[in-house]
Design a protein around this ligand. Structure first.
Ligand SMILES: C=C1C[C@]23C[C@H]1CC[C@H]2[C@@]12CCC[C@@](C)(C(=O)O1)[C@H]2[C@@H]3C(=O)O
Ligand SMILES: O=C(O)CCC(=O)C(=O)O
Length: 363
């Protein structure tokens, strides 16, 4: 697996061939900020007094975009600032320390490019760190075996963040499900999702790039789980893929907002109703950027399938066969190797399969 340590980003005068991606400009990039009309990224504010209205707005955004900006979520700005400070401090460590924690093949935690990078010949203009926030004290010993003050500070801040985020994730899950007409109280499958949902975190550091048009921070992908919170702070870089006409919509940097992305699994359980959004991160010449993804997914042994309650008049048959989550992740690997969609591989009938772009069409 290529790791970011192959290149000293700070010293690079140009983009070497190893980091040069040929097809990054196949679709135009448009601004998704306020006033962009059709292209304006939907905003959901949890401070809205009517929960039914909030749930409906989330469902609309999930159906039409597979993404939205979330405001009024209650995670304090000063905590988010401390999280960002820790991310900056971690990536500023000398390469010799970071490489101690390199994520090996088949391992889920550690330093390096994100797992998806293993499926491409080219390397991305970024470094990453993946860990399970519920297990941060154990996971981070890999980077800080002496468990010194930096380790303690990192763990304390991430634990505090995880506590707030996990509660928020459950609140969002409840709203998503209620928009589908389900409550965990009266639907066993919905209750199971809520009871078994777990979080993973992936931190990204995108150094300044001398030639940003030839490199990419994070290659186009969908997330595999239910949904993801992305914190991109005040340096924009996240882009969402939209069809008809095909284009990349640049998500504006919005103070205090999280971006919510719908993943493959929410597309599965909603029988194709929620759209799993294809997205990527670009880099810039002027500023480096940090971001974090807080991913919600099921346990590896869970059997996932469209919820009976999500079958609708226009799609009364399940679009996907039941699949063990571990098996789905394996299919995703296979799909990535051939630029295919894993969802297609579990689709019951071709005609029923929701449309997702092929990886090689957009990357
Ligand atoms: C729980 C997750 C979710 C992961 C894997 C694991 C930890 C890291 C996440 C990401 C982060 C970057 C994109 C992605 C595609 C990747 O390569 O690593 C994500 C992947 C997924 O959504 O499948
Ligand atoms: O850096 C970003 O804005 C995107 C991050 C992301 O998509 C991820 O970590 O999965």
């Amino acid at each position: 697996m290529p790791t970011a340590t192959h290149l000293d980003f700070q010293a690079a005068r140009g983009v070497p061939e190893t980091h040069e991606w040929p097809v990054l400009h196949d679709h135009p990039v448009v601004d998704g900020g306020a006033g962009a009309g059709e292209d304006e990224v939907p905003v959901v504010d949890l401070r809205d007094a009517d929960p039914a209205k909030v749930a409906a707005a989330m469902a609309r955004a999930a159906e039409q975009w597979g993404a939205f900006l979330l405001l009024g979520h209650g995670v304090p700005a000063d905590l988010v600032a401390r999280v960002e400070e820790r991310i900056e401090a971690m990536f500023a460590l000398p390469a010799s320390e970071k490489t101690r924690a390199v994520r090996g093949r088949g391992e889920s935690c550690g330093y390096g490019s994100p797992p998806i990078s293993g499926f491409f010949d080219k390397s991305m203009w970024s470094e990453g760190y993946t860990f399970a926030p519920a297990n941060v004290r154990l996971d981070l010993l890999k980077l800080w075996p002496d468990a010194g003050p930096h380790y303690l500070l990192f763990c304390e801040v991430m634990e505090e963040f995880h506590k707030g985020m996990f509660a928020l994730a459950h609140k969002l899950l409840g709203l998503f499900l209620s928009a589908l007409g389900l409550t965990a109280a009266d639907c066993a499958a919905a209750a199971k999702i809520a009871d078994t949902m777990a979080a993973s975190m992936h931190l990204n550091w995108y150094p300044k790039c001398p030639d940003p048009k030839r490199a990419v921070g994070l290659i186009a992908h969908t997330d595999s789980g239910y949904f993801t919170f992305v914190l991109q702070s005040m340096v924009p870089g996240l882009q969402l893929f939209r069809r008809e006409p095909d284009r990349w919509v640049a998500v504006p940097a919005m103070p205090g907002a999280f971006v919510i992305n719908v993943g493959d699994l929410f597309n599965i359980v909603t029988n194709g109703r929620f759209h799993n959004v294809f997205h990527r991160a670009v880099v810039s010449r002027e500023s480096h950027r940090v971001s974090l993804g807080y991913f919600l997914g099921p346990p590896a042994q869970a059997v996932v399938a469209p919820l009976d309650e999500a079958l609708t008049l226009d799609r009364p048959r399940p679009a996907y066969r039941p699949v063990v989550w571990r098996e789905y992740m394996g299919l995703r690997e296979k799909a990535l190797f051939v630029g295919e969609s894993a969802l297609k591989m579990i689709a019951v009938a071709k005609d029923d399969a929701p449309q997702t772009p092929k990886l090689h069409e957009t990357s």
